[in-house]
Design a protein around this ligand. Sequence first.
Ligand code: SF4
Ligand code: SF4
Length: 472
Amino acid sequence: MYDPRSMKAEDFIDDQEIQQSLAYAEAHKADRELIDSILDKARLRKGLSHREASVLLACELEDKNQEICALAEQIKKDFYGNRIVLFAPLYLSNYCVNGCLYCPYHAKNKHIARKKLTQDEIRAEVIALQDMGHKRLALETGEDPVNNPLEYVLESIHTIYSIKHKNGAIRRVNVNIAATTVENYRRLKEAGIGTYILFQETYHKQSYERLHPTGPKSNYAYHTEAHDRAMQGGIDDVGLGVLFGLELYRYEFCGLLMHAEHLEAVFGVGPHTISVPRVCPADDIDPDSFDNGISDDIFAKIVACIRIAVPYTGMIISTRESQKVRERVLHLGISQISGGSRTSVGGYVQEEKPEENSAQFDVSDHRTLDEVVRWLMEMDYVPSFCTACYREGRTGDRFMSLCKSGQIQNCCLPNALMTLKEYLEDYASPATRAVGEKIIAANIPEVTNPRARELLVQRLQKITQGERDFRF
Ligand code: SF4
Ligand code: SF4
């Protein structure tokens, strides 16, 4: 029985409710009056229900689809301005006991190279990441209680935060590890993690069980209820995601929004981020063997509809997607992207030989971070390395209330400009620095609060003189 307040996965991701919502959306996909009323509600910028958003996703009226994209673009501008936050994944270990059919780390894959970084190797990877200019990481490991126990993850987080190389520092570590216990989430929180991210992969229970035939991850309820346990363990910011291509995309979209509604109903705060990966090629994985792949057009529409449905939730896209696709969806709603990523274990220090491949997926966007930063600025975006909120204690409902009132904007742009300035001073190529200085100069007047603008100008000057790590 559908109940967003229930703590049981099958109640808050109720299959019948999804099927009925999809049938409703299908029946109304050309219902101009209903679609207009949903768009009017969306213009209030308070979000939409999973059922309303499903109607927009199903809509087949060309002019209304254009309105949907235009509204998504406007909401993106209103909440996130022209800033794009940058991060990099760091793979600690690809040992895994699970049997996920879509991932090359699955336990039965005998020809992938298995690797686990030592603390010294982590140090070397982090220095390489700092030397690129990164300040924000997403930690990734397979699930393996023997090779990658929680103690290993906690020690690794401690190592990462302790490394100060030249002017570099990793200031926020987000963690993407397997579902675990409340107690373990408490320990992750104490270790100072930012967001805990766990992809659902698919919300369709039967498909989930077919795609996860073995290992602890095969337990649908335990996996789906993990974000609840993370919140109970004190982690304020959690990230959702599905792997598009495994199941019918409309089903996943509806399930994703129901999951967000559940978190809001129970904890008073929705997901901090939503990630939108698509199945892509990797060792032992052929995306064509999954018959629910989606086109770039549908992918763009999903991004637009998520942006409208949950305006306060950051949206993340990785280097799984090509430069072209990333360019297309940035203005529709994406607020965070990875850059210069390596998806292999130890890949930042050493390029792997093909026979040693330990990567989780093939990267489509191979550009360096410097190239990604310049590319963003050439499209008039402000690349941001900001990590201020979590370090200022602006997390969970505190963060969301600032976000909903729009006050967070007073922090985001000045922080973006200061962290970009740090990047330009410490890591950028001459060509990127030249573009970046122009972007900074052009955006200073956009800081509307006069006191903040004055402070910003002073701090930019201090960064030129060698000081670092200012934040609003
Ligand atoms: S998706 Fe995660 S849990 Fe599944 S095989 Fe890959 S690393 Fe292991
Ligand atoms: S100020 Fe907060 S919300 Fe804005 S970019 Fe920085 S960390 Fe994100």
